[in-house]
Design a protein around this ligand. Structure first.
Ligand code: A5P
Length: 233
């Protein structure tokens, strides 16, 4: 796999094109967040400009702004509670169940709400994001209420994680679109991601974790040799 920036960008674009090709006229579409999703939004913008009729429900303020700029009509859950297809990126994918780690790019909660309201969740990655066990490389981002975050962080550490609050380059806490904090929790390779997701949810102060369990319909994997499609085993 090419590790150069332009090589990775080309793979993201290839995955994005394959995902957006699945979108049909009249669909309500969940619009993901992150750099791969941004490529897909650009491709979707081209199709909308060419006459495709869709309604988008964005998963972050950033994606909403990009979609709006490209003339993609947007709505929210007041208008549609059922999404036909959502596209998004991921930080790690475990082949087999196609469980995911998401949220390293900052969004997570809205992504999970959109994913859970979608008939199909299509994930776009390059081959470098496939791991035998979630947590092999990435931390699990956990969105928490700012009040008492230190207590929440301690509880997360008791589960065996090294916990770091997400900060920007200047050292300030990063706030999510919902005004919350993100704690990056390094567990190392996770033997049972579904069980861990449940345990995380039980901690007071935790809003959601970046473990996406049983939500993925299809993963589009872009590699230098071409596109592969994975379905949950
Ligand atoms: C958004 O914060 C995340 O969940 C992204 O979907 C994920 O981090 C993948 O992002 P990239 O496509 O930028 O790697």
């Amino acid at each position: 796999v090419s590790t150069s920036e332009s090589g990775r960008d080309a793979l993201k674009r290839a995955a994005a094109e394959a995902a957006v090709a699945m979108i049909e006229d009249g669909m309500v579409v969940g619009i993901g967040s992150g750099t791969t999703a941004a490529q897909a939004i650009a491709v979707l913008g081209e199709r909308v400009a060419a006459g495709l009729k869709v309604t988008g429900i964005p998963t972050s303020e950033k994606s909403a702004a990009q979609a709006q700029q490209l003339g993609i009509p947007l709505a929210d859950f007041a208008a549609h509670q059922q999404i036909d297809l959502a596209f998004d990126g991921a930080d790690e994918v475990e082949p087999g169940p196609l469980n995911l780690i998401k949220g390293l790019g900052g969004a997570l909660l809205r992504e999970k709400i959109v994913a859970s309201a979608s008939r199909r969740l299509v994930i776009m990655v390059d081959g470098g994001k496939l791991v035998p066990r979630l947590g092999s490389r990435a931390p699990v981002p956990v969105e928490v209420v700012p009040f008492g975050w230190q207590v929440t962080a301690r509880r997360l550490a008791e589960l065996g994680a090294t916990v770091e609050p997400r900060r920007d380059a200047a050292g300030s806490f990063v706030h999510t679109d919902g005004g919350n904090l993100t704690l990056d929790c390094r567990f190392g390779p996770i033997a049972d991601a579904a069980a861990l997701a449940c345990r995380l949810r039980e901690i007071v102060g935790v809003i959601e974790s970046g473990l996406f369990i049983g939500l993925t319909s299809e993963v589009i994997v872009a590699e230098p040799g071409g596109i592969r499609r994975l379905h949950p085993a």
